[in-house]
Design a protein around this ligand. Sequence first.
Ligand SMILES: Nc1ncnc2c1ncn2[C@@H]1O[C@H](COP(=O)(O)OP(=O)(O)OP(=O)(O)O)[C@@H](O)[C@H]1O
Length: 425
Amino acid sequence: MTPAKKTALLVICNPAAGARQAAETFEQELLPTLREHGREPAQIVSTASPGHAGQVVVDFLKAVPEQQVDVVLGSGDGTLHEILDAIDHAGSTGLDSRFTELTFALVPCGTANALYNALFPPKPEQNEDIVANAKVLSIRSMLSDANTARPLQLARTTFVPPSTVDVPLPPGARTSVAAVVTSTALHASILHDSEALRATHPGVERFKLAAQANITRWYNARARLFVSPPAVPGATLTPGVEVYDPAQGQFVLYKGDAASADGTVVELEGPFAYFLCTTSVDRLEPTFRIAPKQCSFPPPPLGSPATMDLVVVRPTRDPSVLDASEQTRQAFAQKCMSVMTGAYRDGAHINMRYGPGGEVLEGEGNGPPVVEYFRCNGWEWIPEAADDAAHLVCVDGEIHHIQPGGKAVCQALQDFGSVKISVYA
Ligand SMILES: Nc1ncnc2c1ncn2[C@@H]1O[C@H](COP(=O)(O)OP(=O)(O)OP(=O)(O)O)[C@@H](O)[C@H]1O
């Protein structure tokens, strides 16, 4: 039996996540396993309502004397997001300014479980035993003596109200933190609409239904991508906003007209079809690799800005798009679908280019890439007032509305300052 670690253990499960089997899995399998390994939880909580998990973790961090805390979390990505938001909103004052290391052992009980699937990607050759054990890999890492905890890079979105739109990050503005995904445009619309389908379609098919309903929509907005200076002089830093070059198979400094002279700011004009960033995952479902070059492990050295991968599709890059008519949008929707299916084929979408007539070619030609795949430190999204759908922002599945005349500013983070967030991988 492994000796107990001097780390406080909190167990949380969300009985409403995914197929609603978390409570049973914990009771019958996971709690006995933890006890067999000498890890008696200080507290076991089955969440009673939205927001409960965050309150439980903040109260726990305030109450326990240990500065190292493990959280076994049986849920989907949404519950992890609620916890991160609650810690961020409590701030270092709310947590008595104590430095805390908070490490999650994830048990995938949700619908998409993007973070878990990114940490433990399914292998094509998996046999039944491996599939049966697939849920306990993060807990196994926690229980092993190997040091497998990895820092999580996060993204904080600030919703800037119209009155302060010229102030980059006005104090007191509403914020929300993602470990997995922050998006606008099609992905945000999908998440917005799919929530209403949860009862009838508990699996990932609800996302596909919502995608079909929104695939012809274009979103009118301006975006500004940026790289911040390093917090510590001399720390390594991406010199500017980078873009993936399919010809070279790597990221290169973005040198298009939209870049500022020093390359640290890139302005993108809409309309947009797709706009989505990740900081810690390459995929949103087991095989949907939307940001296939995501490399947040290991994270950049301390003091360097965290980075995010940003996937953008703008219809006007298609040489056959000459207007925004219904017919043009219907035709472009097929290309959007090609991008989505490319993501399901091991991230093939990042190598797609337009042919001279707007046809989508894969791995050939030298036309404009269909997908603009950026690596930067943050972005601003400024929706046009008349476009309601462009005001939606998805933060790890939670939908936010930008106020008319306002904007959203999203920035990659290495941690919350006094609380360091890691995950057993
Ligand atoms: N007892 C409860 N009853 C109803 N909803 C709950 C309860 N406890 C938590 N919730 C809510 O359940 C929602 C869904 O949880 P979660 O996001 O973890 O799973 P999921 O949506 O199925 O998976 P994923 O986010 O990976 O797609 C969360 O927004 C959370 O607020």
